[in-house]
Write a protein that binds this ligand. Structure first.
Ligand code: PLP
Length: 414
């Protein structure tokens, strides 16, 4: 009979666009004893998590809670709760995750209209607004931080324009939340989905969402309460009920709201983790956290340039938490990644679709976004590239990054 050993996970330095290293305090919070889902000690933690999510999303929305499941579960919950058969949804695609929005909207029965640009570009906001006017969709679904290309779509003009046109905006902020400003109220976004395993630095398994009363009105018009928990006054027949039970936001909000109407069993240990992850974000301060992500991005970019490497997303619309490098000609990208992992315990990412085999992606997200990690990945990458006979400038990577760090330290002293 096989006997299985206790888990022995190697210690890694994770510099991908997710999942990233979890803060040790988050891992510790996950060992907190289990509580019943209606225990007041637990429902208080649920309420505190909602409060902290509102702050992280920079919103006054009543509804801000996690959907249990990975980030795409939040996307699916929002889209399938809003889309009725035949509804028009416009999706501007600038990387892999725009295709995911499309896929989920199609499966929810939408008539999907697409805009596409080359991977590595983003859209002029006015071009999206013009297309919204032309197509007149019910929903504009768009990615904020596109991890597959390291690009970030500006939304500050799109949100207000859609509001004026009566079009709902649904935004995938999975990769940006907690690392880059996501100003839900200021940008007038109607529903926004975040992720835990990226800049929030909590394990994968929850998808924080927030939405406003415009979205809630649609949810309420489609609301049908599960028969086994329904009470007098709960409607059970509607024209187009939300097709999913698990992702039905109208029932989820009754579970997270004062009514506490049972739906699923909340994922206790993940809730502890998210609560701790959000607490750490607010303890650090949102602006300070964004500034930290910018600093390490700058140091990493300086180091990579110092080595003579070419950045794929060296553009004004760069997503600060993902840096993409063109794989030098003649170098086997997967062999480099393999050596980084096997010799140094460092993980960096490749990419998808048209960028597969073309770029490496280095994430500087959440707890992984630290000076020692940035210096370590630069030193290791240099060593590995030397062994792959890549034409790089030797000795400059770590030095250029140190210049950035020491420059900041000097400016603090002065
Ligand atoms: C990672 C990611 C997702 C998918 O997240 P899962 O947790 O794997 O479901 C969706 N959108 C973006 C922009 C992402 O970076």
């Amino acid at each position: 009979m096989t006997t299985y050993r206790e888990i022995q996970a190697p210690l890694r330095t994770i510099m991908t666009p997710g999942p990233v290293e979890a803060d040790p305090r988050v891992l510790r919070a996950m060992t907190t004893p289990i509580l019943g889902q209606f225990d007041p000690a637990f429902t208080q933690m649920m309420n505190e998590t909602m409060e902290m999510l509102r702050q992280t999303f920079q919103t006054k929305n009543q509804w801000a809670f996690p959907v249990d499941g990975t980030s795409r579960s939040g996307i699916e919950a929002v889209l399938c709760s809003l889309i009725e058969p035949g509804d028009k949804v416009l999706v501007p695609i600038f990387g892999r995750f725009g295709h995911l929005l499309t896929e989920i909207a199609e499966r929810s029965g939408a008539e999907v209209h697409l805009m596409e640009c080359a991977w590595g570009e983003v859209f002029d906001q006015q071009a999206i607004i013009d297309e919204v006017k032309r197509v007149q969709p019910k929903i504009l679904a768009v990615v904020h931080g596109e991890t597959s290309t390291g690009c970030m779509q500006p939304l500050d003009a799109i949100g207000p324009a859609c509001r004026e046109l009566g079009v709902l905006t649904v935004v995938d902020a999975v990769a940006s939340i907690g690392g880059v400003a996501v100003k839900v109220d200021e940008w007038q976004l109607d529903a926004v989905i975040g992720g835990t395993q990226k800049c929030i630095s909590v394990p994968s398994g929850m998808a924080p969402v927030t939405y406003n009363e415009r979205v809630e009105r649609i949810l309420n018009s489609r609301k049908r309460v599960e028969r086994g928990v329904a009470q007098a006054g709960d409607r059970r027949e509607v024209a187009h009920p939300i097709r999913s039970n698990y992702f039905d936001l109208s029932q989820l909000q009754d579970y997270w709201g004062p009514r506490r109407l049972n739906h699923h069993t909340e994922a206790t240990s993940m809730l502890y983790a998210l609560r701790e992850g959000l607490r750490l974000i607010l303890e650090e301060g949102l602006e300070e956290r964004f500034e930290r992500h910018r600093l390490h991005e700058q140091a990493l970019m300086a180091g990579l340039r110092g080595m003579g490497l070419t950045l794929f997303n060296d553009v004004a619309w760069k997503l600060p938490v993902v840096t993409c490098i063109r794989i030098p000609e003649g170098v086997d990208g997967e062999s480099v990644r393999g050596m980084l992992l096997n010799q140094f315990g460092i993980e960096i990412a490749s990419s998808f679709g048209p960028l597969h085999g073309q770029i490496w992606r280095i994430g500087t997200m959440g707890y992984s976004c630290r000076q020692e990690n940035v210096l370590f990945v630069l030193a290791a990458l240099e060593a590995v590239l030397i062994r792959h006979r890549a034409p790089i400038t030797i000795g400059r990577g770590v030095q250029e990054a140190l210049d950035v760090y020491e420059g900041v330290a000097a400016s603090v002293v002065v």
